[in-house]
Ligand binder design. Structure first.
Ligand code: PLP
Length: 388
């Protein structure tokens, strides 16, 4: 048996997504920029995808721009908005636990003369609104704060943060990296006051290499990719119609079962945590809010003090259980914060021994049981090698 519990890294495409991609590669394969029928036909996929996505966010279709994924969306939102608004100020605010796709553009902007404040987080992975309030200066032009942290599943207080920022100065732009939230929970940027929002398709059973950026039509932002003038000149490059068709299909499917999926993943999370408790081994859930409000339903971060995460990861892999090491993606990177876990002030033994288990709506209770059984066999063996 296999248990794929690394859905925060990527998800498997659905059959509906595959069919949409294949159809637009093999049959409706035109270039939307072409003036003939094949082009018009292809253009329809872009229009329909914008309609589908804009309905889920309750925004205008014209405010959706397709990108190559959330890394591009984040780079564009931050660099594009900073450059377009630099006359208004040179100060930016973000959190210390953002994905590298936010931290690296922020580092780039620092090299271009901007100042960046990185908000710390508490042991639950959440920023403090007071810190945010204190960080805002006369010349702050942009705040970027993720909805859900990809390593530990912490949910940031976005609604309160936007309110606070806009009350202080309505001109400050608010961007959110919604990669781990979109398709899992309702998000309404206009209602909340969010100006830009980044999404990636492959986290919601869509294809890799496609995503979008929502940009409120009142926001001034420079294009980063220049060329043939596609997407109103804001993001050039031949439109990735198969990717867009796959993304739209993934969105339709995710939103058709949003509430059920949320409840299902929450029950898997509970099952995993209860099972770990029953195993009686030395482990710690990095954090969890009983109400489920402060943490996402699909991510559980667990440390197994004394057992190095890579060792357990590969031992699990040998038995067909796929998870990820919480700190894996931040190693050897010269970014202001090396790991999210460090920012949570975990003790050293937990830092080195944390694994992330992440689910999708297709993860089954049997997979969780299987993973627990395998852990039940491995942990007593690996614990023997712990140095005391
Ligand atoms: N932001 C977050 C929170 C993520 O989890 C990821 C994916 O790992 C990204 C951004 C990057 O997305 P993409 O793979 O579409 O570039």
């Amino acid at each position: 048996m296999e248990a794929y519990l690394d859905n925060a890294a990527t998800t498997r495409c659905t059959e509906g997504v595959r069919d949409a991609v294949v159809h637009t590669m093999m049959t409706d394969f035109g270039n939307p920029s072409s003036k003939h029928m094949k082009g018009v036909e292809a253009e329809r996929y872009l229009r329909e995808a914008r309609e589908t996505i804009s309905r889920t966010l309750k925004v205008n279709e014209k405010e959706i721009y397709f990108t190559s994924g959330a890394t591009e969306s984040n780079n564009w939102a931050l660099i594009g908005a900073a450059m377009a608004n630099r006359r208004a100020g040179m100060h930016l605010i973000t959190t210390a636990i953002e994905h590298a796709a936010v931290l690296m553009p922020m580092q780039y902007l620092t090299e271009q003369g901007f100042r960046v404040t990185y908000l710390p987080v508490d042991e639950k992975g959440q920023i403090s609104l007071q810190d945010l309030e204190e960080a805002i200066c006369e010349d702050t032009i942009l705040v970027s704060m993720m909805c859900v942290n990809n390593e530990v599943g912490a949910i940031e207080p976005i609604a309160e943060a936007v309110k606070l920022v806009k009350n202080r100065n309505p001109k400050i732009l608010f961007h959110t990296d919604a990669v781990q939230a979109y398709g899992k929970m309702q998000l309404y940027p206009k209602k909340l006051g969010i100006d830009m929002l980044s999404v990636s398709a492959h986290k919601i059973h869509g294809p890799k290499g496609i995503g979008f950026l929502y940009v409120n039509d009142k926001v001034k932002i420079h294009p980063l990719i220049l060329g043939g003038g596609q997407q109103k000149g804001m993001r050039s490059g031949t439109d990735n119609v198969p990717g867009v068709a796959g993304l739209a299909q993934a969105v339709k499917e995710a939103y058709a079962v949003l509430d059920e999926s949320h409840a299902h993943m929450l029950s898997l999370k509970q099952q995993l945590m209860d099972g770990l408790k029953q195993l009686g081994v030395n482990h710690k859930i990095v954090f969890h809010s009983e109400e489920g409000e402060a943490s996402a339903p699909h991510i559980v971060s667990v440390s197994f003090p004394g057992i190095r995460s890579e060792v357990l990861l590969h031992a699990l892999e040998d038995r067909g259980v796929y998870v990820s090491a919480g700190s894996a993606c931040s190693s050897n990177k010269k970014i202001p914060v090396s790991t999210v876990l460090k920012e949570l002030h975990l003790p050293a033994d937990q830092l080195e021994s944390t694994l992330r288990f992440s689910f999708s709506r297709f993860t089954t209770a049997e997979e969780i049981d299987y993973a627990l059984n395998v852990l039940g066999e491995l942990l007593p063996v690996l614990s023997r090698y712990i140095r005391h």
